[in-house]
Design a protein around this ligand. Structure first.
Ligand SMILES: [Zn+2]
Length: 350
């Protein structure tokens, strides 16, 4: 029986708002035990200090690990893998791991490191979230302070790659499963649209962009839907909530965070796992789906299939056998920006 711990990789240049976002994640963890790996050097330990002193229940000091020996993608074997092994060996394993890479790290080698046998069966990349400094990009730069970025590069003796900033930026955007345009409130609507268009040229198909203010986003979007195997009631929380209020379930427009909406799709047993996954990816690409997650009953399998997707990144694995008295059904939870084509999405699966 396996329960893989989801890992969110947060990338983005210095000043793009990674620490603000992570702090917001910690403050809104709602009882989930988060562990943080912070890859930082040059400006030694600033982020770590900020986060360690936030005094939040969710981020105990021992849950914050700093990798200060150099760029995370250049020190996978020496630093990253041993750190992950230590985290996974703890009695109280984290529910979710967040990795804040240094702005100079290449995300691809880090994502590939999750295939190392030491950690492969224990963790899964939940998603790569890339923060883009919207005002900087709007002005034709990659970061608010490119000189500071260059200084950070000089400070890292372990850095193997001399990747120019432009290429690093493209890599970070291209590796992203979700893009957050930070400080978007500082831009006029047209400016923001221009930034979206130019960043959109570098993203993979199916990757969504979200405009953020002060790093504030519904946590479900960044951390994954709060769906626990043991707590299937949560699956239909939104619907129960609305039903209780006598509201039409379709009217999701008056939520706390009205830019996003969530709905469930209930399905029976799936016959063909490969075809089903292909259909999921196709649906994600065709609609504004930020996240999709669920449990699926596959014909002829005794185990339950877990599905989690962030943008076009789809992970699927069998987590546990179906219970003797458990009803074998499939449930997908979809989260997207408000106004997504719910009917069109549902129709795809029926
Ligand atoms: Zn590196």
């Amino acid at each position: 029986m396996s329960h893989k711990i989801p890992v969110t990789v947060v990338t983005g240049f210095l000043g793009a708002g990674k620490t603000t976002l992570i702090r917001h994640m910690l403050e809104n963890a709602h009882g989930r035990r988060l562990a943080l790996i912070i890859n930082e050097f040059g400006d030694v330990g600033v982020d770590g200090e900020v986060l360690k002193t936030c005094g939040d229940e969710a981020c105990k000091e021992e849950d914050i690990v700093e990798l200060a020996n150099g760029c995370i993608c250049c020190t996978v074997a020496e630093d990253f893998i041993p750190t992950m092994e230590t985290l996974l060996a703890r009695d109280k394993r984290p529910d979710h791991i967040i990795i804040e890479t240094s702005g100079l790290a290449l995300p691809q080698p880090l994502v590939r490191a999750f295939n190392w046998p030491q950690i492969k069966t224990e963790v899964t990349v939940d998603g790569v979230v890339t923060l883009v400094d919207a005002p900087a990009v709007s002005e034709g730069r990659f970061a608010a302070n490119e000189q500071k970025l260059e200084a950070q590069r000089q400070a890292d003796e372990m850095l193997d790659h001399e990747t120019p900033l432009g290429e690093l930026f493209e890599d970070q955007v291209n590796c992203a499963d979700l893009i957050i345009l930070s400080k978007s409130d500082l831009l006029a609507h047209e400016q923001l649209e221009t930034v979206k268009t130019s960043v959109g040229k570098e993203t993979r198909e199916g990757v969504q962009m979200i405009a953020a203010k002060n790093g504030k986003l519904p946590l479900d979007v960044v951390l994954g839907l709060d769906m626990k195997a043991e707590d299937d009631n949560r699956l239909s929380h939104h619907e129960r909530h609305h039903a209780a209020e006598g509201e039409d379930v379709d009217h999701h427009h008056h939520h706390d965070h009205d830019d996003f909406e969530t709905f469930n799709i209930a399905l029976g047993t799936i016959d063909d796992e490969t075809a089903f996954k292909a259909k999921l990816i196709e649906t994600i690409k065709a609609h504004d789906i930020l996240r999709l997650k669920g449990f699926v009953s596959v014909a002829g399998k005794d185990m339950r299939l877990v599905i989690q997707a962030v943008g076009p990144r789809l992970d699927a694995y069998y987590d546990r056998p179906w219970g003797m008295s458990e009803e074998r059904t499939s449930t997908l939870v979809v989260i997207g920006q408000a106004g997504m084509d719910r009917e069109g999405i549902e129709t795809n699966f029926i």
